[in-house]
Design a protein. Sequence first.
Lengths: 486, 97
Amino acid sequence: MSILDMTAVELAAAIRNKEVTVMEATEAVLAQIEKSESKYHCYVTVDKEGALKQAAEVQGKIDAGELTGPLAGVPVAIKDNMCTEGLLTTCSSKILYNFIPTFSSEAVLNLQKAGAVILGKTNMDEFAMGSTTETSAYGETRNPWNPEHVPGGSSGGSAAAVAANECFYALGSDTGGSIRQPASFCGVVGLKPTYGTVSRYGLIAYGSSLDQIGPLCKDVTDCATIMEVIASHDTKDSTSVERNDTDFTSALVDDVKGMRIGIPRDYFGEGLDSEVKDAVLKAAQVLKDKGAIVEEFDLSLVEYAIPTYYTIAAAEASSNLERFDGIKYGYRTEEYEGLHNMYKKSRSEGFGAEVKRRIMLGSFVLSSGYYDAYYLKALRVKALIKKAFDEAFAKYDVILGPVAPTTAPKLGESLSDPIKMYLGDIYTISINLAGLPGLSIPCGVDTKGLPIGLQLIGDCFNEKKLIQTAYAYEKARGVFGRKGDK
Amino acid sequence: MANIISDETIDYVGILAKLELSDEEKEQAKKDMGSMLDYIDKLGELDTEGVEPMSHVFPVKNVFREDIVTNGDIREEILKNAPGEKDGMFVVPRTFE
């Protein structure tokens, strides 16, 4: 097996067994980046020199017996909204075109402690606002399955990098589907953990009550292994949850006998592509054949999730993005008259159209006179959505459905109509509102040759049920991968 | 039920958002915000009487810690990111005469 074909866990094992060195793995993946990056543009920044330096250091620690973990020596890509000390972090925005963080995000530090080699920073929708990675100020990323199509978003660079073998795994962040949807479009595994499981310290905030960091990777074993490394209780994040059940790899069990799986009828209505529908239902049948109890039910309120989400996310974004003022870091306009004019001009020139659209909407729904009617109303509906999930999880261990209504659209097709683009988030968004974990795993390829994703949703703190179900499905499905680039 | 956004509203929101939009951007923003609000108005179909607004899905409390400095002095590195810096401080335009 060539190095690039290995999963993260396989590579770490090969390094431990001295079949491969960390330097060989790093050089192999850097060569792959060199070869295919011009085609896909997964990265904003590739830190070749830094990666080679880390590779030598990590190998030294492995040889000295200091690093023995299941990911030691494996090269990883980080979404460009996570701070990395000394390494450019842009959030794919012009307003952070020159920002060099003085600290690293907690999730990145956890990876480094486990012996990760950081390759660089992946492209994304600007400030994670978008579903296609086309709102990046640094150019679009292309889908490795077909470069005419988008990789999804906002963690499109991370998903594409995994699919194109330009890294062994990647970190992404998910506010309304931004890990699961690109994972689905690029044919890789992605997990959005329960809110509070992975520290948000050092993650540049978009919608703080919804944002969560998670892995994008080649298979479910990698997914569980990465989760064990990045999940941590962090006093620097006041919403971090203390959990003592983060031994996620213990759920890598090929058994779904008696697992109660609910399929929401409301996820299979109008707007769902028939090939996606068939592939997802076929996956449900596979689980049923393996002994799961599968039945349909009505989740309710599905159509209200998107307006609720865009109200809350825009409100939080307008507040979170106030910090970009052209004073402490980032872009400052060249000519201005006084302080306020400088703020306004720096922000107007530094932010792209989609970011400005959401800041404007968020400022409006929080403004005096509209706060109750829009923002508080959305928080009330959020409570109803959470209740609907609570009722569902009283009956089911796992909810199964599609990740997105279609496979990856063509480049340039989505941005012209924002509401249409937002509708693509219909199956992923309510999971963030309710704080639930959601996993995306490939379950087929459509007639255009584009991958289809299956979404498994769990109750809060029930990632293990998702991992177990996904693992059992993966065993039955067999190897899933893209041909080419080899 | 279509929401019509006036010039005054867009100007006011622009002040809140600290954004200076060109005339063309303003027209687009009026259109976009109007259609988003039409869409959000769908929430009005739901009766939320008596439902408490949920800001957080878990019952979280304030997290307190002792006020002890744990980070080192990295003033120089922090100031390196600033567009304007002088004598160890951020430079801003004059705000009063």
